[in-house]
Design a protein around this ligand. Sequence first.
Ligand code: CDP
Ligand code: MG
Length: 680
Amino acid sequence: MPQDPDPPPAKRFKPGSPFFRLDKKPGMLLPRTGQAPVSVDAQRRQLPIYQAKTQLINQLRQLHNAVIIGETGSGKTTQIPQYLYEAGIGRQGIIAVTQPRRVAAISLSSRVAEEKRVQLGKIVGYTVRFEDVTSSETKLKFMTDGMLLREAIGDPLLLRYTVVILDEAHERTVHTDVLFGVVKSAQRKRAEQNKVPLKVLVMSATMDVDLFSQYFNNSPVLYLEGRQHAIQIYYTKQRQSDYLQAALVSVFQIHQEAPASHDILVFLTGQEEIEALARTCRDIAKHLPDTCGPMTVIPLYASLPQAQQFRVFQPAPKGSRKVILSTNIAETSITISGIKYIIDTGMVKAKRFNPDSGLEVLAVQRVSKAQAWQRAGRAGREDAGSCYRLYTEEEFDNFANMTVPEIQRCNLASVVLQLLALGVSDVLNFDFMSKPSPESMRTAVEQLNILGAVDRKDEKVLLTPLGKKMASFPLEPRFSKTLLISPDFSCTEEILTIISLLSVDSVLYNPPARRDDVLAVRKKFISSEGDHITLLSIYRAFKKVNGNKEWCRENFVNSRNMGLVSEVRGQLRDICIKMNMKLESSQSDIANIRRCLAHGMFMNAAQLQLDGGYVALDTQQAVAIHPSSVLFQAKPAYVVFNELLHTSRCYMRDLCLVDADWLQEAAPEYFRRKLRATKS
Ligand code: CDP
Ligand code: MG
């Protein structure tokens, strides 16, 4: 930050050009209507998309493929499925609307059910991983893209569906990208076999849609006019070395100068920094002179319990300014009214992958230009707004134009396994919209081969019986493998629990303000054998008190997420039973559980070095134990870890203590090769 303690924004920031979006297209702009209307019906009629309804229905009736663009909040997701349904389009089957995010699928289906005045789960329903709120009556089905992919394994032509709407396509998640290929092939095959045609609509909040259009048979692009007002963009005059400090100063600068009704949305990268900044903001706000007015600080990130996520939509108490600190979840997935100021740190936490090493890490990195524009756009929904970019204009010029699709920067083992399970014969040449590099495809095949999930014959990749079983679980390959070998260690019940705990958002609640209390109550659960075992004891204690809410509160356990763990566990257990797996409990024998984890997760092993640091054995990368781990103060010789997080260093999260012998016996050939690599 500048040394000058509190220069006014005008001095610290340099104005860029004002920014208008979607203002060049003709016609569908609605006059502004002032206050929010009362009834849901009136709200529907005031959405920008309503003006285009008839035209839209007429066009969509004719087309097999279309790409639809419109600003976030214009009504694409909630209205188009209803328009189709009401116009009788696709009535013979189900209209599917896919979402990259679970939160979005759930909240959107609830909203549409409310608009249609029907009970959720009847005509309108949703399916997300481990949760299915649909019935035989369901015609409008909101689902995560991952769920539609799973359904395609049993029904590659997607015959239950007449329309598939691939929503939030600009997010380009791995699942969406794989789904593009699956849906395209289903559409073609259905046409060839004279089956009921499949209509495929791609919806995006960004303008760069040529790729979508080309990929889907040069489909027409339909533009929806948004209600976008002018946004003044400001850049910092100098580079900022500390974006958190810069964000903090900017929030209070605006807070001291702008009317209280002008809300602020700050884009940050993750839970920890959001919670820390929220605390600092609240502290400072308390000590400001009365002339400043109160501030309501609201965090928003994916792992926050749902009820708390919904707080962002509620207005702040009268006279108080709402300051939302959010991850990129607020970029397009969610519309929040009242936002007048955006503070864009220009940073995002995203996956990064090195195909040579096969290592996937979560890392804090620069956003793309497209993302920066999307963020700025959040300020102009209801009136003119401002966006403060905490970077210089020169820095912005060097941002990448587009975000690289996830499929080109993540580990593809799951994808390859899924494609093989879908019956795709030539996985290495699958028709991806954006092809991943051949190296990362090869790395994925090799990893699956080491796990015993695939065999290679000549140039062909074939699923093994184990691989086939692995694909039956909605889990990452290493987790399904761990589960499938758990009967050998007589600990399937415990592994089910551990994997379920790792599959939902955090079950532990760590309010920074009560750090000492948290530490005090956690003590009794902490295991020197690592985070998996610690989580397991918390789950066992939770079960012992039958999920008592009071117990959860006292122990800083998120009871909703814990409830979800039980559900997930039940569903995974059902799959195990269907496969005739032996369900045994290791009771108090913890070593067996750790041995099983070592056998399933050996590719995520790390070894202590003489200098006290760790090295990931698979990649030889230097790694460290994350401060949140119960092993943070310990120095075990060998661990397996759940994931890597790259911030100032590369951190391992969720660790389990293991023996070197176990790793050796799990994959002797693999470790012999690794060892050779270390020595050379
Ligand atoms: O998909 P798109 O971003 O174009 O808009 P949408 O999700 O269909 O939302 C249209 C409008 O519906 C929003 O601007 C909100 O006013 C309202 N909405 C809501 O009130 N609650 C929801 N859960 C979803 C939408
Ligand atoms: Mg939408």
